[in-house]
Design a binder for this molecule. Structure first.
Ligand SMILES: C[S@@+](CC[C@H](N)C(=O)[O-])C[C@H]1O[C@@H](n2cnc3c(N)ncnc32)[C@H](O)[C@@H]1O
Length: 226
């Protein structure tokens, strides 16, 4: 398990201004943060691939969204939840959110039927394998299939939100513009993501993997609209 490192002084100053300057190159694409809390106040929110459920819990507490409109899900079966995930699931249930296990983000209708949401969020998608699938990076395949599936579960005006490490390596792995095109979305808007804005959010690694975020200091949130 990995805890995001604390912000540097420079980041703190930029954060105080409401911006994080990642680098001159990245500034053009990622400057303003995505406001999860404000977005969630618009109503129904689905979290997928939540790992230990700490992001959903932190944002649910922060957003003043009616808890009943939040469905937080994990890929793992209930019996495979870590102690932290189990405890966070209990806390989410206690404040009135819904929690579901064994939810595959690439086949949402299997587990959530035909429910639709204003916002669907996948923080740091990552598959355990590095083996190419259909000649593509498996993480590109994951986000493409997730976007295709999520499309059928969005309300009018809905958004799909995905955060990843902001680096050329990850950009090359996910190829978000291509994933958007293949799944019928416009190219995503790109925001900066600052984990320390969400105290309590403890990023969880994919099983047996080194952290997707280890050693990285810049993170981006991609926002896909219809
Ligand atoms: C790097 S972890 C991030 C976990 C959590 N979102 C966070 O930010 O801490 C990647 C997560 O993607 C999940 N995942 C991988 N494939 C998935 C799929 N097909 N559907 C849903 N979740 C998936 C894994 O179970 C794992 O929890």
């Amino acid at each position: 398990m990995y805890e995001f490192r604390r912000t540097t002084l420079q980041e703190a100053v930029h954060n105080a201004l409401g911006y994080q300057i990642l680098s001159t190159k990245k500034l053009a694409k990622a400057s303003v943060k995505f406001d999860f809390a404000t977005r969630m106040r618009l109503g129904s929110v689905l979290f997928v691939g939540e790992g230990n459920l700490s992001f959903a819990l932190t944002v649910a507490r922060k957003s003043r969204t009616p808890a009943s409109s939040i469905l937080a899900t994990v890929y793992e079966a209930e019996k495979d939840l870590t102690d932290t995930a189990y405890e966070n699931a209990q806390k989410l249930l206690k404040i009135g959110c819904q929690v579901k296990t064994s939810v595959d983000a690439t086949w949402l209708s299997d587990t959530i039927g035909n429910r639709r949401f204003q916002t669907i969020i996948f923080q740091f998608p990552n598959v355990a394998s590095r083996d190419p699938r259909y000649g593509q990076n498996p993480n590109h395949v994951l986000v493409t299939r997730f976007l295709k599936s999520a499309r059928d579960h969005l309300k009018y005006g809905g958004l799909v939100v995905i955060s990843t490490v902001d680096s050329s390596f990850y950009e090359g792995a996910f190829k978000m513009d291509e994933a958007a095109r293949k799944s019928g979305f416009a190219a995503p808007a790109i925001h900066t993501f600052v984990p320390n804005d969400y105290p309590g959010y403890i990023h969880q690694n994919t099983a047996n993997e080194e952290s997707a975020a280890d050693g990285y200091t810049a993170f981006a949130t991609f926002v896909f609209s219809g």
